[in-house]
Design a protein around this ligand. Structure first.
Ligand SMILES: Nc1nc2c(ncn2[C@@H]2O[C@H](COP(=O)(O)OP(=O)(O)O)[C@@H](O)[C@H]2O)c(=O)[nH]1
Ligand SMILES: [Mg+2]
Length: 343
């Protein structure tokens, strides 16, 4: 069963004034420590979302499925599979791992039909990706502070907007810190968007992102807000190194609330190929990532990058994005994803 967030009981649910167009789960009332699974989005919304994921991954998908049609099990099939995996951005390490595991499985289970091999690959891929599947647990702290990082254009601000609306739909009040001060207009845009959606946006004329984040956390503590999301820049106007700036923001957030930030998320564009893996490594080394969001899987993304991440730097993948609408951001589900890839 699909779930967007997991939620620990929250004593003071905020009322979302503008609900997202989907069935809202009832407020969680449960005993301590129980984890509540919110209701999934409507079946139509989910179907259209999966359709977009499938069509986004269709290039890889057709490579990975046609090669099994009428194929004999042998070196030729394995070579074709190797190329298809490499072309899908799975990277050398994950490709080799999958091939070795597949050959072993074929031998151990005495598989004789290409279709069985395809199923074996499906199982191996699901096993590889499942460790990335992890729900974002709400209500652990008040406020829950999330810092959102990523290169320019990755989809940070869009993702924050979608997440904010999902959070409101799950009875969470949200406050945003406009920490991307690279573009002058970005701050105003976010502020206007926040007004329309009943979300407070903390911004600052001076534009010091660490100070903005600090104010946002204090403000959320004073107001009893459930979640703070700190938007950050993917590029800087000065010569300052981006990673140094991000580390500073993280340090300053911890000064405002010593357990924070509780989540450090990296947003990556699913179309960046192997460079996405380099981004995960660099941001993780600098910031200690707690989660990922992979966007734009509706475009020309090949999907294999998830296998590369799972093999070399398995940071949990909380959400994937397949378009601009709110319902186009969904919790990552390994089985669902592999089926979209192999169908
Ligand atoms: N097709 C598609 N476009 C997306 C997705 N997520 C973000 N975008 C687009 O990517 C562009 C950059 O997004 P933005 O949030 O401004 O990136 P930022 O620089 O990281 O804040 C915008 O045009 C978004 O509409 C997605 O999942 N699918
Ligand atoms: Mg932005």
């Amino acid at each position: 069963m699909f779930s967007f967030f997991k939620k620990k009981p929250q004593p003071e649910p905020a009322v979302a004034k503008e609900a997202v167009p989907q069935a809202l789960p009832a407020a969680a009332t449960s005993t301590a420590e129980e984890i509540v699974e919110p209701a999934p989005s409507s079946p139509e919304a989910k179907r259209s979302w999966l359709a977009r994921l499938k069509s986004g991954l269709s290039k890889t998908s057709s490579n990975l499925t046609t090669l099994f049609i009428g194929a004999k099990i042998g070196d030729e099939l394995y070579e074709e599979l190797e190329s298809a995996l490499l072309v899908s951005d799975a990277g050398v390490e994950a490709t080799q791992f999958l091939l070795d595991a597949l050959k072993k499985k074929v031998k151990d289970e005495k598989l004789t039909e290409a279709d069985q091999v395809r199923n074996a690959l499906r199982e191996l891929l699901i096993d590889l990706l499942r460790p990335l599947q992890k729900p974002l647990v709400l209500g652990r702290h008040q406020p829950l502070v999330m810092m959102i990082a990523g290169v320019n254009g990755a989809g940070k601000t869009t993702t924050i907007g979608k997440l904010a609306k999902h959070l409101q739909a799950h009875e969470q009040s949200v406050l945003l810190a406009a920490g991307d001060t690279f573009r002058a207009a970005a701050r105003e845009q976010l502020t206007i968007w926040g007004e329309r959606n009943n979300i407070t946006v903390i911004a600052q004329e001076s534009g010091d992102p660490a100070a903005v984040a600090f104010d946002a956390v204090h403000s959320a503590q004073a107001r009893g807000t459930n979640v703070v999301m700190v938007d950050t820049a993917g590029r800087l106007p000065t010569q300052l190194h981006l990673m140094d700036e991000l580390k500073k923001i993280k340090r300053v957030i911890a000064k405002a609330m010593d357990t924070a930030p509780h989540e450090v998320l990296l947003v990556i564009d699913g179309n960046t190929g192997q460079n996405a893996l380099a981004q995960v490594k660099a941001f993780d080394d600098a910031l200690g990532l707690t989660g990922l969001v992979v966007t734009k899987l509706d475009g020309t993304a090949k999907g294999g990058i998830l296998a590369a991440i799972a093999k070399t730097r398995p940071v949990p993948l909380y959400f994937i994005g397949v378009g601009e609408k709110i319902d186009d951001l969904q919790a990552f589900d390994a089985e669902e994803f592999v089926d979209a890839l192999l169908s």
